[in-house]
Each structure stands twice: as structure tokens, then as C-alpha cells.
Write a protein that binds this ligand. Structure first.
Ligand code: SF4
Ligand code: SF4
Length: 344
């Protein structure tokens, strides 16, 4: 901040350039990491590192994600949490007067004043608050909220201000939890000399508990029963179809096999739908029985080129649905993917 307020000097420019360069570097690193989630990471890293053609989309998305991370995390920061994140709105809709939220207990904290003043007034028997106006609760708040002004939408309930204030209270030998989980209602009640009330069992909390159990149960069930292998097929965009010298027709696809087990597995691949069509996987030789067998490493996906050639296009037009079946050679479990064969 001191640097920002000072005049523009060579040193200030140097520091600013260095800072933004580091920000961009972090943004590029995290943006790049995001892109790797959506593709085969080692293959893409190799493609990018060796500047191979055909990675335009990856470069574009890394650029977009680097730029947005730089702007959102570097420049907008807590403004993004306050204005773009839906969480504060959801939180406000879920809460009620009995919900425990991070609360400044102003019945105990006010009137606030410096430690010196408070010590002097206390010594003369006057009633003073425990808040020494040190500003630590605001300094640690990631969204810049001053919780002493009451509950606010910007508060993400992280509790950092509680820890900060507890540290101060310990140092000045006052009871901790001047900021703590409480309700505005209780603070008001204590101010009027009434006991605090806590109602953990309310219609709202019971409904939330049932919903959490239902959604959690559904997610657990989905996770427990999810498949551990997958096949996907994507028809070439261009050319859609190729007529061969012998009058046959060939279509090309990108096929991806996923093995979600922590051991290497062998899968047989069969394609059905087009009578007499011959499948070929580039780089894979069928075994003695003519089966296409592909090995996929533990927790890996393998992308392959599938070429499907039909002997004769006479009388055919439009599209014919095809089914690609991937079968675990050991367990016999099979999964399918569907696409189409395009005729000229
Ligand atoms: S709980 Fe977190 S977000 Fe809320 S006021 Fe305290 S430090 Fe800020
Ligand atoms: S940290 Fe505690 S004592 Fe310091 S300003 Fe905040 S509420 Fe007051």
C-alpha cells in the first residue's frame, strides 16, 4: 500500500512488473492445470511442450483460463466473492433468527475504546466494552467484512475473525469469544438481562437434515455402483465419409477407452450395426481369432483411431446407427457407446 501511494520510480515500476509477472505465472499454472482435467494429461503436456500442431483449442482455453484467473484472483478478489458467488445468497435464504452465525457480541464489546482508555476507565469502576478497536477481525477477513457492524452477506462464516479476536482477548486477559457463533436474538436478549435461547431442533433444521441424508445417500449409491470402465466414440467431422477405390465406404472415429481400476486391463472391442463392415484400430493388430484387444494402463484412458470400412454403398444413404462394445477380457463386463456410420 505504501508503494501504491508513493511516486512512480524505477524501483516501483520494477516491483509492479515483477508482481504482475508472478500473478500471470500462477494464473497460467492453475489455468493450465484446469485444462488437463478434461483430456489425457500426459499426452497434452507432451503435445504442448513439443509445440505440435492441432492443440489450438488447448492453447485457447489455457489463455482464457489464465486471463480470467489473473483478473478474478489478482484484481477482483473479494469483490468476486461478494457479487458473483451465489453462496452468500443461499446462506441468507437458509438461515433464520435461531441459526448460529459468526456474531460480534456487542453486548459485551461496546462501548469499544483503546486498551489504555479501557484500563483507565475500568480502574475507576466504569463499565467499558471488551473490544479494543484493534481492527484485527477486519484485517484477517478474506472478504473485508467488519463483523462488528452485524451479520452481512459478505461473511462466508470462515471463523478467522473469531480466532483473531480470541488471540487479542487472551493477550489483554479478557474472556475469549467476543466474536463467536451466536445469534443476534441472543445478543439482544442478553442486553436486556434475559437468558440466551438455543433451538437446534426446528422444522427448518429437520428438513435440511432429511434433505442432506437423501442427497448424500443418492450420491453414495451412485458412487458405489458407478462403472469402472467407459468407452466413448466421436465421429470425424471432416471428412464425414470416404469412398474407397474398391467401391467401399470408410468412416473414421476417435475412440477413447477408460480404465478406472488401479490395474492394467485388456479390453476387446467389437463394432456392430453395419453389415459386413470391417473395423480397424490404428496401431492395433487383431489377435489370432480376429479379436481387437486393447490394453489400458491403471487409472488411464487410451485414445485410438477407429476406421470402419463397409464393402458396398449401393442403395445406401443417410446414416446407419453403430454400437461399439468394449468388454473386459477377464471379467466379461461390457459397456457400449453409440454413433452413426455415414453413407456418401
Ligand atoms: S467469519 Fe470470516 S468472512 Fe465472516 S466476518 Fe469473520 S473473517 Fe470475515
Ligand atoms: S479483533 Fe476483537 S478486539 Fe479487535 S477490533 Fe475486532 S472485535 Fe474488537
Amino acid at each position: 500500500m505504501k508503494l501504491d501511494e508513493g511516486p512512480w520510480t524505477v524501483e516501483k515500476i520494477r516491483k509492479k512488473i515483477a508482481k504482475h509477472f508472478v500473478w500471470l505465472l500462477i494464473a497460467w499454472w492453475t489455468g493450465g492445470a484446469w485444462v488437463l482435467y478434461f483430456t489425457d494429461a500426459p499426452t497434452l503436456v507432451y503435445t504442448l511442450a513439443t509445440f505440435q500442431p492441432g492443440a489450438f483449442e488447448a492453447y485457447l482455453w489455457i489463455g482464457i483460463l489464465t486471463f480470467t484467473t489473473y483478473v478474478f484472483a489478482g484484481w477482483m478478489r473479494e469483490k468476486l466473492c461478494l457479487h458473483a458467488c451465489p453462496w452468500p445468497r443461499i446462506q441468507a435464504a437458509l438461515t433464520d433468527e435461531y441459526a448460529l452465525n459468526v456474531t460480534y457480541r456487542y453486548d459485551r464489546g461496546e462501548p469499544r475504546m483503546s486498551l489504555k482508555q479501557a484500563t483507565a476507565l475500568r480502574a475507576s469502576g466504569e463499565q467499558v466494552g471488551d473490544c479494543v478497536d484493534c481492527g484485527q477481525c477486519v484485517a484477517v477477513c478474506p472478504t473485508g467484512v467488519d463483523i462488528r457492524k452485524g451479520s452481512q452477506l459478505g461473511c462466508i462464516q470462515c471463523g478467522l475473525c473469531i480466532d483473531a479476536c480470541d488471540g487479542i482477548m487472551t493477550k489483554i486477559h479478557r474472556p475469549t469469544r467476543l466474536i463467536g457463533y451466536d445469534t443476534e436474538l441472543n445478543v439482544k436478549r442478553r442486553e436486556c438481562g434475559q437468558p440466551a435461547v438455543y433451538k437446534p431442533m426446528r422444522a427448518r433444521t429437520l428438513i435440511y437434515a432429511v434433505l442432506i441424508v437423501l442427497i448424500g445417500g443418492f450420491m453414495t449409491l451412485t458412487l458405489a455402483t458407478r462403472g469402472d470402465m467407459r468407452v466413448s466414440v466421436l465421429h470425424d467431422r471432416n471428412p464425414l465419409t470416404v469412398r474407397l477405390k474398391d467401391g467401399g465406404v470408410r468412416n473414421g472415429y476417435t475412440m477413447r477407452l477408460s480404465n478406472m481400476q488401479s490395474k492394467m486391463r485388456r479390453f476387446t472391442v467389437a463394432i456392430a450395426g453395419v453389415d459386413g463392415a470391417t473395423p480397424e484400430i490404428v496401431g492395433v493388430t487383431p489377435d489370432a481369432q480376429g479379436h481387437i484387444v486393447i490394453e489400458v494402463g491403471p487409472d488411464q484412458t487410451r485414445e485410438t483411431r477407429l476406421l470402419l470400412a463397409a464393402p458396398d454403398a449401393a442403395g445406401k444413404s443417410g446414416q446407419t446407427p453403430i454400437t461399439v462394445t468394449m468388454t473386459d477380457a477377464q471379467s466379461g463386463v461390457a459397456v457400449e457407446a453409440r454413433d452413426v456410420f455415414v453413407w456418401p
